[in-house]
Design a protein around this ligand. Structure first.
Ligand SMILES: [Ca+2]
Ligand SMILES: [Ca+2]
Length: 336
């Protein structure tokens, strides 16, 4: 038996596909139909000036975001549901593609993204998404916005009323050219995000805070403002703060896992052996685990995918993990 499995694993790795499929649950739910806008901030570095001096420069995370977004699309595909995705990129303005179920087209667009702009009109993201969702006339379809943002807004709509005011953390920070406090822009974005939610759109917000990691004491208030903004933008508990690059993949994985699970956060953040996070342990997971064991997949240590793949929990991803996952997927074994 051992030998057969080794040969099968080798085949799987060599061909990149499963030569035959194993019988799965015959009773499957009918595929769900979802419209998903994936909104990515493309701004380059942002300088923070206090007392005439630049105290901190937050660098762009676009390269990491692109990579994680590509994985997010693969995670979505794992569900087998009907996903229509529109890519929206934003800085002082927005660019948006039509909804398409050809996710390869979306991948191509993501691949071409470059850092652009320095000002950020966050309210516009929600306004434009509102218009885009208005075009969908299928009342049954689920509408989802996944926004990846630093939580910063310094252009576009400003509103005095909202969750933030003169007493909020970081309220002394203004956008220099306009002298408008940043919290007024934040209120503007939150206002339009709420309008979207009230129209039945679920908003997942991934907060890119790793670029604020080295912010000195003086700037901590404004960093708090950005963090809180992301929480307000998201629907209920669907905000995902990212503090380290490795957490970015995790956040995208969790969002995809929750979307695939019809908007319900899976009780466990991962299922042992379910490397691709589609809720099932299948031969595809064994393939990913095997690829990870030879460094063809790069899973951050301690991350969700890593923990799901390390089924013998020895802190390493080896071919033995892949083998166990394959055996479990065909019910020759179960996890201890
Ligand atoms: Ca799986
Ligand atoms: Ca292991």
């Amino acid at each position: 038996m051992k030998k057969t499995l080794a040969v099968l694993l080798a085949l799987v790795l060599a061909l990149g596909l499963i030569p035959f499929s194993f019988a799965e649950n015959a009773e499957e739910d009918p595929p769900k139909k979802r419209y998903i806008i994936l909104a990515l901030e493309t701004t380059s570095a942002t300088g923070f000036v206090s007392g005439g001096e630049t105290i901190y420069t937050a660098s762009s995370s676009l390269p990491e975001v692109k990579e994680a977004a590509l994985r997010f699309l693969s995670d979505l595909e794992a569900s087998g549901d009907e996903n229509h995705v529109s890519l929206l990129t934003f800085f002082a303005t927005t660019e948006q593609s039509d909804f398409t179920d050809r996710l390869d087209d979306v991948r191509d667009r993501i691949g071409l993204l470059r850092e652009r702009g320095s000002e950020i009109d966050l309210a516009r993201v929600f306004n434009k998404s509102y218009d885009q969702f208005e075009k969908i006339d299928d009342p049954e379809a689920e509408k989802i916005l996944v926004v990846v943002t630093t939580g910063m807004a310094d252009s576009g709509s400003t509103i005095g009323d909202g969750p933030f005011d003169k007493t909020s953390p970081g309220s002394e920070w203004v956008y220099r050219p306009s002298q408008v406090p940043l919290w007024e822009y934040a209120n503007g974005a939150i206002y339009y995000a709420n309008r979207l939610k009230n129209n039945g759109v679920r908003i997942y917000a991934i907060g890119m805070f790793q670029s604020m990691e080295g912010m000195p004491e003086k700037g901590q208030g404004v960093a708090t403002l950005f963090r809180e903004t992301v929480r307000y933008l998201a629907s209920d508990e669907f905000s995902y703060p990212v503090e380290t690059p490795a957490q970015l993949d995790e956040a995208f994985d969790e969002v995809a896992g929750t979307i695939n699970n019809d908007g319900v956060k899976p009780p466990e953040t991962f299922l042992l052996g379910d490397v691709d996070n589609n809720g099932k342990v299948e031969s595809a997971d064994a393939r990913l685990a095997l690829r990870a064991s030879v460094k063809l997949e790069d899973y951050a240590e301690g991350g969700r995918a890593f923990r799901a793949a390390d089924v013998n929990r020895d802190g390493k991803l080896g071919s033995d993990d892949a083998r166990t996952i394959l055996r479990v997927s065909v019910k020759l074994e179960s996890f201890a």
